[in-house]
Design a protein around this ligand. Structure first.
Ligand code: ATP
Ligand code: MG
Length: 251
């Protein structure tokens, strides 16, 4: 299907060495299994530390993105913080090339913003890069505003967007705006691969949700994820859940 740029990811061989990376359950799982992408939008969910960022970052680097985030034209690097997992990856691509792309790492979005400002200060041809990000330096907008400006102004369609916890900065209302933007882009032949903890985001219609656990990776209906079920129990009866958490006297 046109618009599915990444079809699957697996490892060519088990990651050698006795370090944290080779011991990560998701890495061991991928040495023996292939993770297939069937939909325009795929979510990777799971507990803190199961390896979502490690996996998504290795995938982005294997596809030619800057490890700290940005488009394929960004090649700054402030810290060598990415793992060597990408070297062992086998990524199967679709028949067409994406026209656009962006890798968002919540932790280093600040550096992406700095890089845009710096490139615009240097002499060059063409309009300032900041124009395609809404015209205002991402540093002069709040975290949430700048991220939404990126999605609404810079993401242009027919693209491959790899996002690590995009909800981190967004209010529920802005998160719904992001979802509306994702819907329009996915209908314009874009593919999203997104790690998230947000039960709101994972309700995106037609998305595939992969839950990563110490056992491996499983495709699950979003209502069956631990995130969804726990959040629902809290919202349905906060007093009862606070009672469990803090004891019966919790107010
Ligand atoms: N550079 C590193 N050196 C040692 N251990 C690391 C390194 N990077 C990640 N890890 C470990 O690998 C595991 C997976 O980390 P990762 O950031 O991929 O988790 P995650 O699923 O994205 O978690 P979160 O939901 O908190 O973002 C963690 O236990 C982490 O401590
Ligand atoms: Mg993470």
């Amino acid at each position: 299907m046109d618009g599915l740029y990444v079809r699957s990811v697996s490892l060519r061989e088990p990651v050698p060495g006795g370090d944290w990376l080779s011991a990560l359950p998701v890495v061991r799982y991928l040495a023996a299994h292939t993770l297939d992408f069937h939909r325009q939008v795929t979510f990777l969910v799971g507990e803190n530390g199961v390896g979502k960022s490690t996996l998504i970052e290795a995938l982005a680097v294997a596809l030619g993105f800057n490890p700290e985030g940005g488009t394929k034209n960004f090649n700054f690097s402030t810290e060598d913080s990415h793992s060597g997992l990408y070297r062992h990856m086998r990524v199967s691509r679709g028949p067409t090339q994406p026209r656009d792309g962006f890798f968002l790492r919540a932790e280093s979005f600040y550096n992406v913003a700095s890089n845009i400002d710096q490139l615009d200060r240097e002499p060059g041809f063409g309009p300032p890069i900041v124009d395609s990000y809404g015209g205002v330096s991402l540093h002069r907008q709040s975290h949430g505003e700048s991220f939404l400006a990126l999605a609404e102004h810079r993401f242009g369609g027919r693209g491959l967007y790899i996002l690590d916890e995009p909800e981190a900065a967004l209010s529920p209302m802005r998160l719904m705006r992001l979802m509306a933007r994702m819907k329009a882009l996915s209908e314009d032949r874009s593919q999203f691969i997104v790690s998230t903890h947000s039960p709101v985001l994972m309700a995106f219609p037609g998305a595939e949700v992969y839950e990563i656990t110490s056992e491996g990776i499983q495709s699950v209906p979003y209502r069956e994820t631990e995130h969804w079920q726990l959040t629902r129990r809290i919202l349905e009866n906060p007093e009862k859940m606070m009672g469990y958490l803090f004891g019966k006297d919790a107010d």
